[in-house]
Write a protein that binds this ligand. Structure first.
Ligand code: UDP
Length: 454
């Protein structure tokens, strides 16, 4: 009894430092991981920059928040593009993060930090881990397949790849161990200049000294990509997701408009198509109007998230749009997305296929229309359409006729009904994986065991 208590106190004192990448889709799963580990007896310190941070006033019991003074504001993500932003962020944060860790160590004595868990994009964290001899673990908040593709990209000969990618025969070649992915599917589009992006991939993988990798996925979704990763990385891989299933923390950077739940309450079962393109994507006014007409013509009620600033040059939104919406739809600036997807009135999700959105949709058994914008989202869309067969891809330019047809197909046709059935069966498998004895449950237990020995 006494021994158990002593163990507990020791564990309580053990701290884990989390380093999230400052974007909603990365912060959310990192905080959820923190909550899961906190429930296992660790205290959590979140190290974050000055902007896009989760405020400590949102209630996170057991969490401490520390600031990494950074010289690269998040606003530069948009102006510099992802690749240059990452290069700059990682270069400038290295020494300030070391300071941050040394302060934390002073607070609690030398063996206080069990581990630094950092977002794969925050690879500057390795330097501090090495200096203070603290074990580090990488957290990949995207899919295992995306992580495996990053690994493949990091090993390619850059000059050959730049030529290969132009070669139609090479483009169709299956990426070894990652069927059905072809070389043309490797997630490089929308990531900035290819040579610089490959440089980032090399930074992310080749300098890594982390002892293991956590991935927010589960083996029933991506078993072949996970096996490939285990073979290649030669360190333990913990697929312990989807983390949001068991989480109760609110890490939203924008305020959620809950009035949409009341609106959903008034709609018929499975009749609503929910539209959201995540926290970063932009869309042109022309496309918004074509979407609106297509949705209107489909005769289905729709709930649409249009983030402030996501339709450049169109604020307030065009008059024409409000008229259509007032008849059949509802627009919010930001929704409580998981709750929306869980609502019985929601029957389909028009999504940009960010990994969190994909997982949230799978967990609620909602089939999707995929409108991916960059390479990583395109990978997820391929899986949604061809591997799990729980959605359709919207290809080409967004025109009202195409939107109407896609929405009708998903919401009313037999093909949609078939996808819904498959979604519901996948939902059960994924949920079972986080229950006692399931693969994700076990992966979390193994990670905790490992962290306890540190
Ligand atoms: N989200 C939300 N409300 C919205 C739109 C999105 O809470 O109105 C959340 C969504 O639930 C998900 C995250 O924002 O957890 C978006 O992450 P994702 O990986 O899907 O895309 P990203 O924003 O990184 O492109």
């Amino acid at each position: 009894e006494k021994k158990g208590q002593a163990m507990e106190t020791r564990e309580e004192k053990r701290r884990i430092v989390l380093v999230p990448f400052p974007a909603q889709g990365h912060i959310t799963p990192m905080i959820q991981l923190g909550q899961a580990l906190n429930l296992k007896g660790f205290s959590i310190a979140v190290a974050q920059g000055e902007s896009n941070k989760v405020s400590s006033s949102q209630h996170f019991p057991g969490f401490q928040f520390v600031t990494i003074p950074e010289s690269v504001p998040v606003s530069q993500h948009e102006t510099l593009g992802l690749v240059e932003f990452l290069m700059k962020l990682n270069k400038t944060s290295e020494s300030s993060f070391k300071n941050c860790i040394s302060h934390l160590l002073l607070q609690q004595g030398n063996d206080d930090i069990a581990c630094i868990i950092y977002d794969e994009l925050m690879y500057f964290s390795e330097a501090a881990a090495k200096e203070f001899k603290i074990p580090s673990v990488v957290f990949s908040t995207g899919s295992a397949t995306n992580h495996a593709c990053g690994y493949v990209l990091s090993k390619l000969n850059v000059e050959n790849f730049l030529l290969d990618i132009e070669d139609p025969e090479m483009q169709e070649k299956v990426v070894d161990g990652l069927d059905p992915l072809r070389y043309k599917d490797l997630p490089v589009s929308g990531m900035g200049p290819l040579d610089r992006f490959l440089e980032i991939c090399r930074e992310v993988f080749n300098k890594r000294t982390a002892s293991s990798v956590i991935i927010n996925t589960t083996s029933c979704l991506e078993s072949s990509s996970l096996s490939r990763l285990e073979q290649e990385l030669k360190i333990p891989v913990y697929p312990l997701g989807p983390l949001h299933i068991k989480s109760s923390v609110d890490s939203s950077l924008l305020e959620e408009d809950r009035s949409c739940i009341e609106w959903l309450n008034k709609q018929k079962s499975k009749s609503v198509i929910y539209i959201s393109l995540g926290s970063i994507a932009h869309i042109e006014t022309k496309e918004v109007l074509e979407m609106a007409w297509g949705l209107y013509d489909s005769n289905q009620p729709f709930l649409w998230v249009i983030r402030p600033g996501s339709v450049p040059g169109s604020e307030p939104l065009p008059e024409e749009l409000s008229k259509m919406v007032s008849e059949r739809g509802y627009i919010v600036k930001w929704a409580p997305q998981s709750e929306v997807l869980a609502h019985p009135s929601v029957g389909g999700f028009w999504s940009h296929c960010g990994w969190n959105s994909t997982l949230e949709s799978i967990v609620e058994g909602v089939p999707m229309i995929c409108r991916p914008l960059n390479g990583e989202q395109k990978l997820n869309a391929i899986y949604i359409e061809r591997v799990w067969r729980i959605g359709i891809q919207f290809k080409g330019e967004v025109k009202r006729g195409g939107v109407e047809r896609a929405v009708k197909k998903l919401m009313m046709d037999d093909e949609g009904a078939y996808m819904r059935k498959r979604s519901l069966s996948l939902k059960e498998k994924v949920k079972a994986s986080v229950r006692s004895g399931g693969s994700s449950y076990n992966a979390l237990e193994e990670l905790v065991e490992y962290l306890k020995t540190k």
